[in-house]
Design a protein around this ligand. Structure first.
Ligand code: E4P
Length: 219
């Protein structure tokens, strides 16, 4: 399973990249706003800065909601760097734009997926990847993992190549369940990636190894 970091914070992206297990980055307009990135020129520069840190797969979201605007913005983003994946919301106009980009060999991430029907349409339009939001479904008392499993089943029935990018991942159990279900990618904050490393038995085991080593070597 590929790991993406879900942030626009350059320091966190660098820290995740330095771990050597990062496959990409997802951003969205809220995450960009959180970093105080405003104005087209600054936004484009920020995406370029992210591309300069990671190896590939930087999802950059269009702001336009109409087809022509999405095409214009998406082309501008795609031209910025080969690592850019144009992120487009799941709307009727968005699906038309994804089909256009797919026909023109520009990678896309269809975002804000909350149902199997939306996932089916995204795959038919040729999205490179699509983002079902697990955590936000959990927030409204629907099991987000059920949707991930349902989409993987449907895609496998027809051999769709669109990758399932589990998004809105809030904790390590989400990540583990995504891996069990066979999600292609999971995107989450740095804190969730970091908590994968932790286990109390690892900590106590290491402490004992070090104490025994110190005792033996002080004789
Ligand atoms: C991913 O592409 C989304 O931007 C993100 O995972 C949303 O996560 P949230 O529901 O925690 O905001």
């Amino acid at each position: 399973m590929q790991f993406y970091i879900d942030t626009a914070n350059l320091k966190e992206i660098k820290e995740a990249q330095d771990l050597g297990i990062l496959d990409g980055v997802t951003t969205n307009p809220s995450l960009m706003a959180k970093e105080g990135i405003v104005g087209t020129a600054n936004v484009l520069k920020h995406y370029k800065d992210i591309c300069n840190i990671v190896d590939d797969n930087v999802s950059a979201e269009v702001i336009a909601l109409d087809y022509d605007g999405m095409i214009k913005e998406g082309m501008e983003l795609a031209k910025l760097d080969d690592k850019i994946v144009v992120k487009i919301p799941m709307t009727k106009e968005g699906i038309k734009a994804i089909k256009y980009f797919s026909d023109n060999e520009i990678r896309t991430n269809c975002t804000l997926i909350f149902s199997a029907g939306q996932a089916l349409v995204a795959a038919k339009a040729g999205a490179t990847m699509m983002s079902p939001f697990i955590g936000r479904l959990d927030d409204v008392s629907y099991d987000g993992m059920d949707l991930i499993k349902q989409i993987i089943g449907i895609y496998s029935n027809y051999g769709y190549e669109t990758m399932v990018l589990a998004a809105s991942v809030r904790h390590t159990m989400h990540l583990i369940k995504c891996a069990e279900a066979g999600a292609d990618i999971a995107t989450c904050p740095l804190s969730v990636i970091a908590s994968l490393f932790k286990h109390p038995l690892t900590d106590s085991g290491l402490e004992k190894f070090m104490a025994d080593h110190k005792k033996a070597n002080s004789k």
